[in-house]
Design a protein around this ligand. Structure first.
Ligand SMILES: [Zn+2]
Ligand SMILES: [Zn+2]
Ligand SMILES: [Zn+2]
Length: 390
């Protein structure tokens, strides 16, 4: 979520306001149960729409209003049907409406990837990118490779998970933001760092090696202060030694992680079973028994802990949430926040690419797509897709 306001249960929503259950959107206002949209307002169940307002259940529309399931209606007819739909939403029939939309969307044509206003870029969920290869979730990024969430002036970064807001030359790092330069094997280094190697939680610093949580420091190794000359003489020796032991050049090993595999976002993006995780040498944390008394302030999750989504069984709703649901005409959710999170992630294509051909008869174009070959969707190349969208 970047530059957004009053949005609930959304992911990768940017510059938007008053949205609910939206996945990947830019500049949207009062958009509900939708994904992959730009500049859309007052709409429900949209997918891959741009510049639409007052639409319900539409896929691949451009600059339209008063459309339902891609068909035009008069303002009066639309308002009448929408009022019924909104009543259904309020009464909690969302699953029925979701299913109805899903079935409609499945019959529509999809572009091989959600890549917009971009040049020479592969991956998915990209906007305003240039020369980005195998990147997923990126906007305003340039020359990035294997990037997950590269955004807001992210440049020349590789093998990164979240690197943005003026970050350049980050490599094998996670969560690097706000003016970072030349950061290798880093974790959560924010606010004006440069030339950091194997550092975590540092800010406003430069020339650090193996340091933890330093602020405004220079020339430190393992948090110990050195002179510039000492630092420059020592670091190459350490790197040389680490190369001999085979430690240099890779991210921190998983065995020193403070978290089990299934407690980290790795499980969100690359889910493994307990057996798979253990066989790869990762630590696994078994779910603890939860004794939750439902009632009063505590709502029960419809999954009742019987799923693999870290279900919290019971959950609370704060006043601001209640106000939001009332104001937007939405029912209180039936799933706990964790289950909602995983339901949302399941809408996303995998962070993986397959080489495929355009499905339009007679077209010979090929592309890299996150739609696996055995999926039921109709997948077109950009050219064929653009000929279809109206
Ligand atoms: Zn749950
Ligand atoms: Zn669940
Ligand atoms: Zn084609």
């Amino acid at each position: 979520m970047q530059l957004s306001k009053d949005c609930l249960d959304c992911a990768f929503v940017n510059g938007s306001e008053l949205c609910y259950e939206v996945f990947v959107a830019y500049n949207c206002y009062k958009l509900f149960f939708s994904k992959e949209c730009r500049d859309c307002t007052d709409s429900y169940f949209l997918q891959d729409c741009v510049g639409c307002s007052n639409c319900y259940g539409c896929v691949g529309l451009r600059n339209k209003n008063y459309h339902i399931f891609n068909q035009p209606y008069s303002k009066e007819e639309y308002s009448k049907i929408l009022a019924e739909k909104k009543e259904q939403i309020k009464e909690g029939d969302i699953e029925v409406l979701k299913k109805e939309f899903k079935e409609f969307a499945l019959k529509q044509i999809n572009k091989y990837a959600y890549i917009q206003k971009s040049v020479r870029s592969t991956g998915n969920y990209l906007l305003n990118t240039k020369n980005c290869v195998s990147c997923f979730h990126g906007d305003d990024a340039e020359n990035c490779k294997y990037g997950y969430h590269v955004w807001r002036n992210s440049k020349d970064n590789m093998d990164v998970c979240t690197a943005g807001r003026d970050v350049e030359l980050a490599y094998e790092s996670i969560n690097i933001g706000i003016k970072g330069y030349n950061i290798k094997f880093g974790i959560q280094n924010w606010n004006g760092n440069s030339d950091l190697t194997y550092c975590e939680g540092c800010s406003g610093s430069s020339n650090l090696f193996g340091c933890l949580a330093l602020n405004k420091k220079q020339y430190c190794i393992l948090n110990k202060q050195y002179s510039k000359e000492e630092y420059e003489a020592l670091v190459p020796k350490i790197i040389e030694h680490m190369k001999e032991t085979g430690e240099y050049g890779e991210f921190f090993p998983s065995k020193i992680s403070q978290f089990a595999y299934n407690e980290t976002v790795a499980q969100d993006h690359f889910p493994l079973s307990k057996e798979e995780a253990l066989s790869k040498g990762y630590v696994w944390k078994d779910e603890e028994e939860k004794n939750v008394t439902i009632g009063g302030d505590i709502f029960g999750c419809a999954h009742k802990g019987k799923c693999d989504d870290h279900c919290t069984v019971g959950f609370k709703i704060i006043q601001a949430e209640k106000d939001f649901y009332d104001k937007m005409g939405l029912p209180v959710p039936t799933l706990c926040p964790n289950c909602r999170h995983y339901e949302r992630l399941r809408q996303r294509n995998p962070l993986k690419l397959w080489h495929r051909k355009c499905m339009k008869l007679g077209c010979i174009n090929e592309f890299e797509t996150s739609y696996a070959p055995d999926r039921p969707e109709i997948i077109y190349c950009e050219q064929c897709y653009n000929n279809e969208v109206v």
